[in-house]
Design a binder for this molecule. Structure first.
Ligand code: SF4
Ligand code: SF4
Length: 501
């Protein structure tokens, strides 16, 4: 099929082979799991277990709080040691509740009843995907059932794993392409899509071959495997849609505005396992790689496993380990230590060696060369955006498309003045979101205060009315008593007023 191009982007060294040689490996259970209640976009789930409870593998331990939240399940049988707040790797400075589990209870796994996906109603399939806690495993963590709630014409399965070093989707496709294809067919049924494109980069030949064989085995021709050129950040939703269809998602809009839905390949597999096997999402494939680990590989990791334990599974740190990242080198989050748990959104632990990190060159003034704009896949003007962000002009920054920035880092790499543009945009977005939440809270507090004041005023008015009514009632009763008394006195014998004329 004809392919198209997107604006900007960079060709980067892949470094995939470093981790894909060993196949998928099981990560051993650690001594303690710390399962976050915030592993998705939106509100944290509410814990439904307490310290001292025993839990089965697959048992729900967190209940979604609203549409943008997702259920959380225990990855193993064990005992809940604590439910407590811990720092979040993805949001420095913020905390969320975690369920701490000591593996070891002798309980059978809890699975949901298996469903026949071809005979089940789309609404029932969506509900199952929701109940299994499936969220976007490509990194965004958007609850999948919510994304599948709008009808679409085209489903894109995203296997274009474009960020260097990350190879978990490649490893997954090599061994489980059949389940990815089944997941794609299932999701197409849910949204009514008549076409599924499974996009895989042309530098992933093993994954492409496995996917083509699985699509052919399905026999219905619904899933078409497409080899796309390897260019960063082609795995971005908007960029991939443009490459495959030539269509652009409008600024501020969503893929659904043009009838398209994009799902990561691992998400598709998780959806299929949730439906066909009744398996809640409690483990995922994570790449552990970089010159700072002894044996890079791709591991099936129980959610809640610490980064430290996972690095041990990969042979531990090498002497040259210098920098730890959760995610890839372009969009990953630098970690200050390795005591963070893996969540559903985490696809890679990257340990860079000292020579790979290098010293960041000092920032120089902007020379208005425009290289950042040429590299920007979102077609933004990063130098102007930076001007507004540094002036703390949130309104102008948003007008200039701040929230269309996908934080890909292309502008940073292109900038000859070494200006940390992406970091500035990421921080600005974070601060705007925090301010929005604070404003929302302040407005809610003001509404509560106003409502309380109104209630007090109403209650005071009602009380005053009751007093008034009682006073009026007392006065009436007094008048009646006085009249009766006068009548009684008149009737009394010998009273002259009682004599008839
Ligand atoms: S980080 Fe944002 S502004 Fe910079 S190139 Fe990527 S999308 Fe454009
Ligand atoms: S690439 Fe750097 S120096 Fe050039 S315009 Fe952009 S911010 Fe300025």
């Amino acid at each position: 099929m004809p392919l198209h191009e997107f604006h900007g982007g960079l060709v980067l060294a892949g470094h995939k082979a470093e981790s894909t040689g060993r196949g998928l490996q099981a990560c051993a259970l650690p001594a303690l799991l710390r399962v976050s209640l915030l592993q998705h976009a939106g509100t944290p789930a509410g814990a439904c277990v307490a310290a001292g409870d025993t839990v089965a593998a697959g048992q729900r331990i967190g209940i979604a709080q609203g549409e943008l939240s997702a259920d959380v399940h225990s990855p193993c049988a064990g005992r809940v040691v604590a439910v407590e707040a811990h720092a979040l790797a993805r949001f420095p400075g913020l905390e969320a509740g975690h369920v701490v589990i000591e593996p070891g209870a002798a309980l059978s796994p809890q699975a949901l009843p298996a469903m026949d996906w071809q005979a089940s109603d789309p609404a029932a399939l969506r509900e199952r995907i929701r109940a299994a806690g499936v969220v976007g495993l490509g990194g965004a963590g958007f609850p999948t059932a919510g994304k599948l709630s709008v009808a679409r014409d085209l489903l894109v399965l995203n296997g274009a794993e474009c960020e260097p070093w990350i190879a978990c989707d490649d490893a997954l496709l090599r061994e489980h392409a059949d389940e990815v294809v089944l997941g794609g067919r299932l999701m197409a049924r849910v949204v009514g899509a008549g076409r599924v494109l499974l996009a895989i980069e042309d530098t992933m030949p093993e994954a492409l071959a496995a996917a083509r064989a699985a699509a052919a085995a399905a026999g219905d021709g619904l899933v078409e495997v497409v080899a796309v050129p390897t260019i960063y950040p082609e795995g971005g939703e908007r960029q991939l849609i443009q490459v495959l269809t030539g269509l652009e998602v409008p600024r501020g809009g969503l893929p659904r505005d043009i009838g398209v839905i994009v799902q990561n390949v691992a998400t598709a597999r998780a959806a299929w396992r949730a439906v066909a096997l009744g398996e809640p999402l409690s483990a995922r494939v994570v790449t552990v790689t970089g010159r700072g680990v002894a044996r890079p590989g791709n591991f099936i990791v129980p959610i809640g496993t610490s980064v430290a334990h996972l690095v041990e599974q990969a042979g531990g740190y090498t002497d040259s380990a210098a920098r730890l990242l959760l995610g890839g080198p372009m969009m990953g989050q630098a970690l200050p230590h390795d005591d963070f748990p893996i969540g559903k959104q985490d696809n890679c632990v990257l340990v860079l060696s000292a020579d790979e990190c290098g010293e960041r060159a000092p920032e120089m003034p902007c020379i208005r060369c425009g290289d950042c704009a040429s590299a920007c896949p979102a077609q933004l003007l990063p130098q102007q955006l930076l001007w507004h962000v540094r002036a703390d002009n949130a309104a102008r920054a948003q007008d200039q498309g701040l929230f269309d920035c996908i934080e890909c880092g292309c502008c940073d790499l292109a900038c000859p003045s070494h200006i940390p543009l992406t970091q500035a945009f990421r921080r600005a977005k974070f601060e705007i979101r925090v301010r929005a939440v604070e404003t929302e809270r302040a407005l809610a507090a003001r509404d509560r205060h106003d409502a309380r004041k109104l209630r007090h005023e109403r209650e005071s008015a009602e009380l005053a009315q009751r007093h008034e009514a009682r006073r009026a009632g007392t006065a009436g009763a007094d008048a009646v008593a006085a009249a009766l008394e006068r009548a009684r006195v008149k009737r009394a014998p010998g009273h002259d007023t009682d004599a008839s004329p």
